[in-house]
Design a binder for this molecule. Structure first.
Ligand code: PEP
Ligand code: MG
Length: 746
């Protein structure tokens, strides 16, 4: 049986290779392929449909159907049997097609005469590029051998489509990867950027899908797999004794690299006429297909390990490595499936924009992108397969959209938008040194959020009056082992030095929930956002907290020091944390270190419970900062990471603003300094409403300081406060409409 299959597919592939070697190109090449397949398979019809755009398939070549319908007949994805194959990526083998579910014939093609239908997806690495169809008049059940042979041919066609083999004179096809496409994703960092794609992992191109000599191909595969195994073993040795988790991942790699099933399937593919690299890619395609369907996170991870391994194997076989010799363009837009924070930092500010196929708004990469103020769009499906190195691309971080290979009108409109933003930025520069004073004379202090050394130049450029939130966990997240006390002390000292006397509020390590340290054993919690995180970890395992406090005290070097604890939910937690500070101070004194000239210990108000803490708490704490991102998610019971519910509740909801007002009142009563450091502080309308509720210090991304200040300087907070009171009185859900109306009129 296998013999038979081998010979059938090999014969077909052999003829295909000959056809390809000739100097026919473009449309003629496609025509020749359909003739050849129909002839070899003994079918009356063979047709190739390729995607014209995301939604539309076009008949691009046919043997047997009406010639005039080529490049005329089009169908939407999902329409008829061909459309269904394209939508599902699964073949349809129908002996009696007209009675099959969803059958629909295209009268202009004359296909109503044909009974049997076999449609195979033309796909490459899980991406469906089109459909290959054979049809016969007789009722015919295509054998599994025939199906296999066609699958292999479809894969070769996919490779050739990718390589632009059908583009040329008379093809009437705009080559794949040259059309403009609009891809939608999720905004993770605002801003607009224009540039050229830099693929983080350049894809390997298989130029020889059909084998000349199966024996030689088998040898090549075996040699490459051996090299891969040796490589993985080496990695294991290097990592042994080190990180346990990393070793586990590598163990899984080793398991795959030695997997007999994986190897056997690839060997069979070669026996059937594929080259070694095409066999690897075929397996990789299958794994990707499975990956798209698997929900289980663990299994997905394993499949993605296999994907990674296939990539390594392809690089060995083709000699195409990461280092392709290509140079980073002047205006690089990074495209990756996913990227770690450390790798992203390595690129640093060179990047104009970032597009991720996966990722999430709260991922570490997003945190770093935000810190570097680089526009970022995540969850952009197909970007790593659609985009090629060097492609022109526009990243719209405000809308969560990506314009790949855009047409001129889109480029012009986009450039206008960038120019307008630049103009606004210039306006902000002119007020940079001015204080934010509203028309009714209220002074609002504007500070910035930071987390990396890379943030600090913004302290001077943005006009920030200090750092209202320094997220210390970023230093822990970007390394693959726990940073040392001395390293932290040096870093914190640099931060304080660059602040040149301006206040910097260091927040102690806020890990857990979305922020998982790569070198800490992950805890399996049903609701991590409500779980063991931030100060809870700090108090239960005080070693790291003490080390960090020591580093901070040493960094202050006799100057003032402000520290705050994240996610305090009750008074007692603050008291305990404060005790740790006192003990650390004592220890440092004993060790002969110079102590800070002044020490302020604050808490972040991120849980509704703390807003109702005893007044005594408000009196005891040196200052409070509202972490609006977390506070809002708990106030509305809406996960800040969940796209479905994230945007559902408005910050300007009357209930939320009333809660903020209550916190302000309690702080006023106890004389506790209060600030707000969630993302909302950087949104001008939200900032105005928070200020109207009585908050006098806002801490935000540096880029937001200009827009927020510019608006604050134009408003009368007393009037806004009155609007909010009226809205509450009327029973409005949100104050946004009335505040927007007011802002339009000033
Ligand atoms: C917040 O929750 O608002 C906050 C500032 O902290 P983070 O976003 O780091 O959780
Ligand atoms: Mg928080």
């Amino acid at each position: 049986m296998v013999e038979n299959t081998e010979s059938e597919s090999r014969k077909l592939l052999g003829r295909l290779r000959e056809a390809m070697a000739g100097d026919v190109a473009g449309q003629a090449r496609l025509d020749k392929i359909t003739q050849l397949i129909a002839d070899s398979m003994g079918t009356e019809v063979c047709s190739i449909y390729l995607f014209r755009d995301e939604e539309t398939l076009e008949l691009c070549a046919t043997e047997g159907l009406n010639r005039e319908s080529v490049h005329q007949t089009r169908m939407r994805i999902g329409e008829g049997l061909v459309g269904r194959v394209a939508r599902t990526g699964k073949l349809i083998n129908a002996a009696d097609a007209p009675s099959a579910r969803g059958f629909r014939y295209m009268p202009e093609t004359g296909e109503e005469r044909y009974t049997s239908f076999l449609g195979i997806p033309i796909q490459r690495l899980g991406e469906v590029l089109g459909v290959l169809v054979v049809q016969s008049k007789e009722t015919r059940d295509y054998s599994s051998d025939a199906v296999y042979a066609l699958e292999v041919v479809a894969m070769v066609i996919a490779e050739m489509t990718e390589l632009g083999a059908f583009v040329g004179e008379g093809s009437a096809m705009s080559p794949l990867h040259q059309q403009s496409v609009l891809l939608k994703g999720t905004m993770a960092q605002e801003g607009a950027a224009e540039g050229h794609i830099w693929l983080h992992e350049p894809r390997v191109v298989v130029t020889n899908p059909i084998a000349d000599d199966p024996h030689r191909e088998l040898e090549r595969l075996q040699e490459a797999v051996e090299e891969l195994r040796v490589g993985v073993d080496k990695m294991l040795q290097v990592s042994s004794g080190g990180d346990k988790e990393q070793a586990q991942v590598l163990e899984t790699y080793r398991m795959f690299a030695n997997s007999k099933g994986w190897m056997r399937r690839m060997e069979e593919d070669i026996a059937r006429g594929l080259s070694a690299e095409a066999a690897v890619e075929k397996e990789q395609s299958l794994a990707r297909g499975r990956m798209a369907q698997v929900q289980d996170a663990y299994l997905r991870e394993r499949l993605s390990d296999l994907d990674d391994l296939s990539n390594r194997l392809l690089r060995i076989l083709t000699g195409q490595g990461r280092d392709t010799g290509a140079e980073l363009p002047d205006d690089p837009i990074l495209v990756a499936r996913n990227i770690g924070p450390a790798e992203l930092l390595e690129y640093g500010r060179k990047l104009k924009g970032i597009i991720l196929e996966e990722g999430s708004v709260g991922s570490h990469a997003a945190i770093v992108a935000r810190a570097l103020a680089i526009p970022l769009v995540v969850r952009v499906g197909r970007i790593t397969t659609e985009g090629l190195n060097g492609d022109h691309v526009l990243v719209d971080g405000d809308q969560g959209a990506v314009h790949l290979r855009p047409d001129d009108p889109v480029v012009n409109a986009f450039r206008d938008k960038i120019a307008m933003q630049a103009q606004a930025q210039e306006r902000y520069t002119s007020i940079r040194e001015k204080p934010a004073i509203t028309t009714d004379g209220k002074r609002v202090k504007l500070m910035m959020n930071a987390g990396l050394m890379a943030d600090l130049p913004s302290l001077q450029n943005s006009g920030a009056e200090g750092v209202g939130l320094f997220r210390t966990e970023l230093q822990f997240l970007i390394h693959n082992k726990m940073p040392k006390r001395s390293e932290l002390a040096t870093l914190y000292q640099k931060v304080l030095e660059s602040a040149r006397g301006k206040r910097v509020v260091f927040r102690t390590l806020d890990i857990g929930s979305d922020k998982v340290l790569p070198y800490m054993k992950p805890t399996d919690e049903p609701n991590p956002a409500l779980g063991w995180r931030a100060i809870r970890v700090g108090l239960d395992k005080p070693g790291v907290m003490r080390m960090q406090l020591q580093a901070l005290i040493r960094a202050a070097n006799g100057g003032p020091l402000s520290v705050m604890f994240p996610f305090v939910a009750q008074f007692e937690e603050y008291r305990q944390a404060r005790k740790e500070v006192d003990k650390t101070i004592e220890r440092e004194k004993r060790l002969g270190h110079v102590l800070p000239s002044s020490l302020e210990i604050g808490a972040m108000l991120e849980t509704p419970s703390l807003g109702f803490a005893p007044l005594k708490f408000f009196e005891e704490v040196d200052f409070l900062s509202i972490g609006g991102n977390d506070l809002k998610q708990f106030f509305f019971a809406a996960d800040r990471e969940n796209e479905r519910v994230r945007q559902r509740y408005d910050t300007l909801n009357v209930s939320f603003l009333s809660f903020i007002e209550r916190i302000v009142e309690r702080c006023d009563m106890s004389g506790t300094p209060l600030s707000f450091c969630g993302e909302d502080a950087g949104r001008p309308i939200e900032a105005v409403c928070l200020a109207a509720m009585g908050i006098r210090t806002l801490s935000m991304r540096p880029a937001s300081i200009g827009p927020v200040k510019s608006l604050l300087m134009r408003v009368d907070l007393g009037e806004v406060r009155k609007l909010i009171a009226d809205a509450r009185h009327r029973g409005d859900q949100s104050v946004r409409p009335s505040v927007m109306q007011y802002l339009r009129e000033i």
